[in-house]
Design a binder for this molecule. Structure first.
Ligand code: PEP
Length: 246
């Protein structure tokens, strides 16, 4: 039985004041016995603030990226050790914005997932096709390549503990959402690609998820929750998505 998981990706948004208001609203909505695991992945500079706001709360928190290096001369980078030090439980790796703007390839993404797991963090590994790739009928080929990089590096045990987020690039921040059937097809395919780990790994959907689209998505057998961008900045909307997953 896979427990539902809803993760908020704040991207590069927030301020000390707005973070405080948002987290306080979420605490008021997400009970400690929640049937849904909830996590927020915030800009690295705000992890310490969010950590203190979430002390003894049911909501976990994490980062949006991590270095493959342990420490040293890597200006601007943040290590898994640093994230663990601040109590992070999750880290997003391979978000399409990292793949697109920072040239991250599937091999690097898999290495990030591995270092995260070795440090006891849960990687949320993003995969997804572009509009062009979908239109040319290459969705499953692209997903296969992205997932193969992960399965070639992670053990079965690591794969079971990892989270995969299927995020069609054309649906991220665009207001377009994959239909439940389109998403289910890819989620089922991802699970097959994960082999014997597939039944245990949580596979989230991401791409303009809102409360009103979440319900039908969460009814699909292979969708275990969502990675939520824009709507995670609105406590009411994010809470409604969490309720839909319960
Ligand atoms: C994301 O950033 O992972 C995401 C899915 O964004 P949005 O929900 O805004 O499309």
């Amino acid at each position: 039985m896979r427990k539902s998981l809803v993760v908020g990706n704040w991207k590069m948004n927030g301020s000390l004041a707005s973070n405080k208001a948002l987290v306080k609203s979420l605490i008021a909505t997400v009970g400690v016995d929640s049937a849904v695991d909830v996590s927020i992945c915030v800009p690295a500079i705000y992890i310490a603030q969010v950590s203190s706001l979430l002390t003894n709360q049911a909501i976990s928190y994490g980062a949006q990226d991590v270095s493959i290096h342990e420490e040293g001369a890597y200006t601007g980078e943040i290590s898994v050790g640093m994230l663990s030090d601040l109590g992070c439980s999750h880290v997003i790796v391979g978000h399409s914005e990292r793949r697109q703007y920072h040239n991250e390839n599937s091999e690097l993404v898999a290495r990030k997932a591995l270092v995260a797991q070795q440090a006891g963090l849960t990687p949320i590994i993003c995969v997804g096709e572009t509009q062009e790739q979908r239109q040319s009928g290459n969705t499953l080929t692209v997903i296969q390549e992205q997932v193969a990089a992960i399965t070639s590096l992670l053990s079965e045990q690591d794969l079971k503990a990892a989270v995969i987020a299927y995020e069609p690039v054309w649906a991220i921040g665009t207001g377009l959402t994959a239909t439940p059937e389109q998403a289910q097809e890819v989620h089922q395919f991802i699970r097959e690609q994960l082999g014997s780990a597939g039944g245990s790994t949580r596979v989230l959907y991401g791409g303009s998820v809102k409360a009103d689209t979440a319900v039908a998505l969460f009814l699909q057998p292979d969708i275990d929750g969502a990675l939520v961008g824009g709507a995670a900045l609105d406590a009411t909307e994010f809470s409604a998505i969490i309720s839909a997953a319960g």
